[in-house]
Design a protein around this ligand. Structure first.
Ligand SMILES: [Zn+2]
Length: 92
């Protein structure tokens, strides 16, 4: 038998679906169980310095590939970039 990487079943933090993953290579997100958010992140989506307590009690939750893709899109939105308007015709 070929070597098989041991997979485990866990629940995705994002969509709550169970999925199998390889513990050593799965993407995880650190979650503060008090808030259900990453330590240092507020419910408003802003970040601030996490307290040592929040960091200490935080646990790593696995994220399924679907949510990972969504998260990537969320973190890197195809937003229009602000550029300096070079063309400035008719300054009257
Ligand atoms: Zn998911």
């Amino acid at each position: 038998m070929a070597d098989e990487q041991m997979t485990t079943i866990g629940r995705c933090y994002g969509c709550k679906r169970t999925f199998s993953f390889i513990p050593g290579s799965v993407t995880t997100v650190t979650i503060d169980p008090e808030t259900g958010l990453p330590p240092g992140m507020t419910v408003l989506g802003t970040t601030r310095e996490p307290t040592p307590e929040a960091t200490a009690r935080s646990v790593k939750e696995p994220i399924c590939p679907d949510c990972l893709n969504k998260a990537k899109q969320f973190m890197h939105p195809p937003a229009p970039q602000f550029e300096t308007w070079q063309s400035n015709p008719g300054t009257d």
